[in-house]
Design a protein around this ligand. Structure first.
Ligand code: PEP
Ligand code: MG
Length: 577
């Protein structure tokens, strides 16, 4: 029977394919046999991992928080589960009996426990299933030393080879999604997530349709079900009949036709009807993304999210590896500006090991520049690599998530150290490399004076600016309806930053997802924005809007909109722009 599920549209397009169910990505572990002489070692590995989680939980309890009693309650419960002989001890026995690896034994034992939970009458106990899963995930994280990877599906497993693979998951981390760059995935759907989560951003960068926040999709779709994703409307159709399939195949080809027509705009200069030139830059996650940026003739790279180079691996990339990656982008863009952001790790972007500790509020914790400044050696390595790459193109350095003058000073001091070292070593670099800051914390937007004094350009990260202004977790589907780019407070912060920065003579760009949404192009133009940075897949759509707009006319209208307080009026006025 066909049925339809509605979620949050995060990446446009139509995908038709067969479901590939990914349980908790982390719980998809490999099974292998261990030699008899290694069995003891394998059991010890499991026990050590459990001990590490126990320490982690203890540390969590010791962290002062306003929700102390809730934290203590779950820490107690998780510690109790950890100590329960039915978990670690029983998994240890499985290792001994079946001579299997610790990860697999643990997941087997967990599944056995979960089955027992299913028949429990007591609703409270039944609900503790999620806690068992969480505890096992924590142990697996330690065992694997890294987050799970979405397993590749064997081609022969698919029923019909002309259909793509659609990944169906409870959740996908940005680290999982970046793997899709290697695998042929037609689209994905998840239970959780928000439209500006990094998972969604990666989907847009891949140009694959995705719908998130579907709540129970993982439970209602079966492996190999035929699915249609309508990424623009946030609709997922399961088991469609032939008539519906035909309709969507038609829509898909219409869209492909439209996209190919848009390609004609590639070589056109982006300028408004009244002759205002606009620069359109690409956001990239990996060096290989420059291919797409070049295809659409982007004016440069406006944001290279370097943290993706650091994910899904145990060892951090050393200076040479980073240098090669940055140089490759600088060279490929052949003299066009390439803005490379220093590591923005934390919140939903995590490292396999050595990343920030477990935090209650990771988005407010040791993230981005805060993390880099707390790891001076790692920061210095990245800065040296960036400087070295600057000898091969027009590289600019961008510091993320600045809020304090002290952070800018410390980051600039670290850059000065890197420069001095390279000079001593007689390694060439651009001594005048422009240094900019991301405006993505309301405090930064409100106290712009300290930024314009110390930096050469600004880049507004609307994803985080909205998250931090409205106190809405950008990755949480439960509050996604409140993540509002058009909230008057958000609009004023953006407009103010563009105007104050421009007046001070600093180039200002927007590199958050708002810049790539054609529905906001006129609004941003009217605020005075002349530099937009977005996923390459969006550049031609935004260019089309720019070519149709009159900058002076929209500026006058936007000035009036910014005086408005009523959300509905603002929304209507923006639609009419
Ligand atoms: C932003 O916050 O808008 C931004 C561009 O940075 P990221 O999405 O990587 O946090
Ligand atoms: Mg950000």
């Amino acid at each position: 029977m066909p049925f339809v599920i509605h979620g949050l549209p995060v990446s446009q397009g139509i995908a038709i394919g067969q479901a590939h169910l990914v349980s908790h990505a982390l719980l998809e572990v490999n099974h292998f046999l261990v030699a008899p002489r290694h069995v003891e070692g394998e059991i010890a590995r499991l026990k050590d991992a459990a001990a590490a989680v126990r320490t982690e939980l203890r540390a969590l309890r010791a962290t002062p928080t306003t929700a102390q009693s809730e934290v203590s309650a779950f820490v107690d419960l998780h510690t109790m589960l950890l100590d329960d002989p039915l978990l670690i001890e029983a998994a240890g026995k499985l290792i001994a009996e079946r001579r299997c690896n610790a990860e697999w034994a643990l997941v087997q034992q967990m599944e056995h426990l979960l089955e027992e939970f299913d028949v429990i009458e007591d609703a409270y106990l039944r609900e503790r299933k999620a806690d068992v899963i969480q505890v096992v995930e924590r142990i697996l994280k330690v065992l694997l030393g890294h987050p799970g990877q979405v397993p590749k599906r064997k081609e022969k497993d698919k029923k019909e080879t002309d259909l793509g693979t659609i990944v169906v998951a409870h959740d996908l981390s940005p680290a999982d999604t970046i793997h899709f760059k290697d695998n042929q995935i037609a689209g994905f759907v998840t239970d959780v997530g928000g439209a500006t989560s990094h998972t969604a951003i990666v989907a847009r960068s891949l140009g694959i349709p995705a719908v998130v926040g579907l709540r129970h999709v993982r439970a209602v779709i079966r492996e190999d079900d035929v699915i249609i994703i309508d990424g623009a409307r946030g609709v997922v159709i399961v088991d469609p009949d032939e008539r519906v399939l035909e309709e969507y195949r038609l829509r898909r080809s219409e869209r492909e036709l439209e996209r190919s027509k848009l390609k004609r705009l590639r070589t056109m200069r982006a300028a408004t009807l009244d002759g205002e030139a606009v620069s359109l830059y690409a956001n990239i996650e990996l060096p290989r993304d420059v291919t797409q940026a070049r295809e659409v003739e982007a004016d440069g790279v406006g944001l290279f999210r370097t943290e993706f180079l650091f994910m899904n691996r145990d060892e951090l990339p050393d200076e040479d590896e980073q240098f090669e990656a940055y140089r490759a982008v600088a060279k490929a863009m052949a003299g066009k500006p390439v803005t490379i952001r220093t590591l923005d790790i934390g919140a939903d972007k995590t490292l396999n090991s050595g990343g920030p500790r477990t935090e209650i509020n990771p988005a407010l914790g040791l993230r981005a520049i805060r993390y880099s400044l707390s790891e001076p050696q790692m920061f210095l390595t990245q800065l040296r690599a960036l400087l070295r790459a600057s000898a091969y193109g027009k590289v600019q350095i961008l510091f993320p998530m600045l809020a304090h003058a002290q952070e800018i000073q410390s980051a600039l001091a670290a850059l000065a150290v890197a420069k001095t070292q390279l000079k001593t070593e007689k390694i060439k670099f651009d001594d005048k490399i422009p240094v900019g800051g991301m405006i993505e914390v309301p405090a930064a937007a409100l106290a712009l004076g300290m930024f314009v004094k110390r930096l050469q350009y600004l880049s507004i990260g609307t994803n985080d600016l909205i998250q931090y202004t409205l106190a809405i977790d950008r990755a949480d589907e439960a509050v996604a309806h409140l993540f509002d780019p058009l909230h008057p407070a958000v609009l004023r912060l953006i407009a103010q930053t563009i105007q104050t920065g421009t007046r001070a003579g600093l180039p200002v760009s927007v590199c958050g997802e708002m810049a790539g949404n054609p529905a906001y192009t006129r609004l941003l133009l009217g605020m005075g924005l002349r530099q937009f940075s977005m996923q390459s897949s969006q550049i031609l759509d935004v260019k089309q809007e720019i070519l149709r707009a009159d900058a002076a006319e929209v500026a006058a209208k936007v000035t009036r909109i910014l005086r408005q307080d009523e959300p509905e009026r603002i929304r209507e006025a923006i639609e009419r722009l």
